[in-house]
Design a protein around this ligand. Structure first.
Ligand code: NAD
Length: 494
């Protein structure tokens, strides 16, 4: 699917609680929701207040205790979740335009990647449901010691706007497979596609009330969710600043445990011996222009060995200049819109302040001209920066690449270190020893060697070092993060 008519996509604006759509309550404040592709307001979103959140969490908690979701044979839970994954996959013709309508995801990509990848993630976690139940401990002969894995109850999940379906699936897959109920708050900028997920979960046999969606902003709805006393664990993906606020809220409301997937400013380190420079250039370009750079692991800081810097920069610049900005439903477009005009202005402000401080733009550094009225930013390369430059320090969340050169491994490592972030890094070299020295030395939650970006290996977890996060999404780690482990010791002679 390459195109669709944005005016023909039906949108249901509501919460989803107890297995059904819950319409706006009287006096519920509303928020306008706009399409990033053309800036048009296409829906109003209810902002759930503390009482709405309380209703959703109470309902989820009751469903968790009464529906048998947590206590059913784990294989049966797995079967329902596999069915859920199948329904999601089969719904691509409806889900993909819904996703592309209100987000920055081109419909072609939503169809080919976001929807099947979300389904596969749910399927991956379904397979865990009957595989991890605890362990027998090595105790002395007179004792039997064990751990029993148990769900938390209600998981409060908060998601960002950059990949609405995929980010939601990373939260709900492991939480549901482990036997929890979920109350999910999507971003107020991309609130609708996950409602369809909730509907499909019920159709697959997930009991009503086990997967709920509450709509609203962070300050009102998100805050009420993370502070709710019946929420056993919070899982969040978003900015470092919001992650810190959520952690503080969780501490205030009774040490609720948190998983935080936060921001990044990831380096790409290219040595002169890296094989196939054209391929390296397209890898680097893709890592900062895919989803217009609105990717947590975007490789935004290019560190290149001096001898090949010019050749590499030329090639990346050529790719950047060839990208065509356009709506998510425009089949010719190869560069996605920025989520909102204020966000595009923020990108531009960081670029301007970096240039004002003495750096030079090799290309871009301006809004893209398009026929669509949305906000588009031209892929930008900035040279002449230092580790103190705003564009090197701050997460920009746009298609902006800074370029710094180095002459030695030590210098490359020093430049790669960021004072705050440690989400991901890329190393491009033909020397395996050097690659492994960097794998060992880089302070990053993920290191890619001679590639950049995820594969379909869901077993590899993702998460940040330093202020890029706490805990992991994906992998066995995310499944275990949705369980608490009870220790049991039995005296066999007691
Ligand atoms: P954001 O932090 O502004 O918002 C994320 C979510 O938190 C939204 O649903 C928002 O409504 C909610 N929220 C805001 N304030 C809140 C509060 N006080 N209490 C509870 N909820 C609150 O992030 P964003 O702009 O939506 O997303 C972009 C950010 O997400 C970037 O920093 C990016 O790096 C990060 N991200 C990280 C990963 C990862 O895996 N590490 C993945 C995707 C995005």
């Amino acid at each position: 699917m390459n195109s669709f008519d944005p005016r023909a996509v039906p949108v249901r604006s509501a919460h989803f609680i107890g297995g059904e759509y819950v319409q706006m309550r009287t006096n519920e404040p509303m928020l306008d929701v706009s399409r990033p592709s053309d800036g048009e307001t296409y829906a109003s979103l209810p902002i759930g207040d503390a009482s709405l959140v309380d209703h959703a969490v109470e309902n989820a908690s009751r469903a968790w205790r009464k529906s048998g979701w947590a206590t059913m044979a784990p294989r049966d839970r797995a079967r329902i979740l596999r069915r859920f994954a199948e329904l999601v996959e089969a719904d691509a013709a409806r889900l993909a335009p819904l996703e592309a309508l209100g987000s920055t995801r081109p419909v072609r990509d939503a169809f080919a990647w976001d929807v099947p990848f979300s389904a596969e993630g749910i399927r991956f976690y379904a397979e865990f449901a009957d595989k991890i139940g605890g362990q027998v401990a090595a105790t002395n002969h007179g004792h039997l010691g064990m751990t029993i894995a148990e769900p938390y109850g209600v998981i409060g999940a908060i998601a960002p706007w950059n990949f609405p379906l995929v980010m939601a699936s990373w939260k709900i897959g492991p939480a549901l497979a482990a036997g929890n109920a979920v109350v999910l708050k999507p971003s107020e900028m991309t609130p609708f596609s996950v409602l369809r997920l909730a509907e499909l979960a019920v159709e697959a046999g997930v009991p009503a009330g086990i997967f709920n969606v509450v709509q609203g902003d962070g300050r009102t709805t998100g805050d009420a969710l993370v502070r709710h006393p019946l929420v056993g664990k919070v899982t969040f993906t978003g900015s470092t600043q919001t992650g810190a606020a959520i952690m503080a809220a969780c501490a205030h409301s009774g040490t609720t445990p948190v998983t935080l997937e936060l921001g990044g400013k990831s380096p790409q380190i290219v040595f002169a011996d890296a094989p196939r420079i054209d391929e390296v250039a397209s890898r680097i370009a893709k890592a900062v222009t895919s989803n217009a750079g609105q990717v947590c692991v975007a490789g935004t800081r290019l560190l290149v060995e001096r001898g090949i810097a010019e050749q590499l920069a030329e090639r990346i610049e050529r790719i950047f200049r060839g990208l065509v900005a356009g709506a998510t439903w425009n089949p010719q477009a190869t560069l996605a819109p920025i989520i909102s005009r204020p966000q595009a202005q923020r990108i531009d402000a960081i670029v301007r302040s970096t240039l004002d401080a003495g750096a030079q733009a090799r290309c871009g550094a301006a809004f893209s001209q398009t026929d669509d009225a949305g906000a588009y930013y031209a892929p930008t390369i900035i040279e002449g920066v230092t580790t103190e430059s705003a564009a090197v320090r701050q997460e920009i969340f746009g298609p902006v690449l800074t370029l710094q050169t180095f002459d030695s491994e030590e210098e490359a490592l020093a430049l790669a270190a960021h004072p705050d972030y440690g989400l991901a890094a890329g190393v491009h070299t033909a020397d395996i020893g050097r690659a492994l020295r960097f794998v060992r030395s880089l302070e990053a939650g993920t290191v890619w060697v001679n590639r950049y970006g995820r594969s379909n290996d869901f077993i590899i977890p993702t998460g940040g070092y330093k202020r890029s996060g706490i805990g992991k999404d994906l992998g066995k780690e995310a499944y275990e993060a949705n369980l608490r482990f009870k220790s049991v010791l039995i005296d066999l002679n007691g």
